[in-house]
Design a protein around this ligand. Structure first.
Ligand SMILES: C[S@@+](CC[C@H](N)C(=O)[O-])C[C@H]1O[C@@H](n2cnc3c(N)ncnc32)[C@H](O)[C@@H]1O
Length: 263
């Protein structure tokens, strides 16, 4: 386990991030994270889905538009108000994964992409809450920041950028938690889940941080576009990334995606 520190604390980071961009359009590309993994999980239209930590709403809107019974929660007010504004028919509300208002066994599926690693306190409580609101045999699909070379490099680059910008080096506020694959599996098994799938995934490859490796349509960074289409690399950048992921997947992924079942 490794903790990433930055200058802004986690809640301020997400407030600023969702304040800065409009609500997402529904995600388009089913070949990439996170939609690819949501589709491996939500296989039945019957039954309710909770998207915990729905953020700007790309997954929530995708399933809502297709007639799924899905509700999104997030602890950042501005993210929820932007979603309600863009589509008042969405079920979206402010909520905290460590203390859900839903009764036991309310959901068949819980999607939680990039959520749990934001918790400095109450990580086990959040997993127990997830377990509580799932029905028996229900599935959770969740991603978590990996503790490896890629995230260490990302953190080093972020600290260097902060130092160049305002003279402040390594931040002191909790930003995110990083876990190895086995630490991530144990987090779920000790709360009563069995693991159906766990794998290394490149959400945002480190090469994407350098414009030279991005695809032509992504040279100028547009977060909404990248969130909708996936973080697309140039042909050369993709080949290099494929090489790294083929030979060193656990070191050059930036997240682990896990699908676990309530037994
Ligand atoms: C990486 S974003 C993912 C957004 C969305 N799931 C997606 O994949 O596009 C993680 C989200 O978790 C939310 N979050 C962090 N801590 C939370 C908590 N304790 N309860 C609910 N949401 C939280 C953040 O505000 C942020 O929107």
């Amino acid at each position: 386990m490794r903790i990433t520190y930055r200058n802004a604390n986690n809640k301020d980071y997400w407030t600023k991030r969702w304040d800065d961009i409009p609500a997402d359009a529904p995600m388009e590309n089913p070949e990439v994270y996170p939609l690819k993994y949501a589709q491996m999980t939500v296989t039945d239209k019957i039954g309710k889905t909770l998207e915990a930590g729905c953020g700007a709403g790309r997954i929530l809107r995708y399933y809502h538009d297709r007639g799924y019974d899905i509700i999104g929660i997030d602890f950042i007010d501005v993210a929820i108000s932007k979603l309600k504004e863009i589509d008042p028919s969405l079920q979206a509300e402010v909520g905290d994964i460590t203390n859900l208002r839903f009764s036991d066994q309310s959901f068949k599926y819980v999607l939680a992409f990039g959520l749990y690693h934001n918790l400095e306190h109450g990580l086990d409580k959040a997993i127990r809450e997830t377990h509580r609101v799932l029905e028996k045999d229900g599935l959770v699909c969740a991603s978590f920041r990996a503790d490896n070379i890629q995230t260490r490099l990302t953190d080093w680059l972020a600290n260097r950028k902060a130092k160049n910008k305002n003279g402040e080096g390594k931040g002191r506020s909790f930003h995110k938690m990083n876990l190895t694959r086995s630490e991530y599996e144990q987090l779920f098994t000790r709360s009563g889940f069995t693991i159906d799938f766990v794998g290394p995934v490149e959400n945002m490859p480190i090469l994407y941080k350098f414009a030279i490796f991005r695809s032509s349509g992504h040279k100028n960074f547009d977060e909404n576009k990248a969130r909708m289409e996936g973080y697309r690399l140039s042909c050369f950048g993709q080949k290099l990334q494929n090489f790294l992921m083929h030979y060193f997947p656990d070191q050059f992924c930036n997240i682990y995606v896990l699908i676990a079942r309530k037994i």
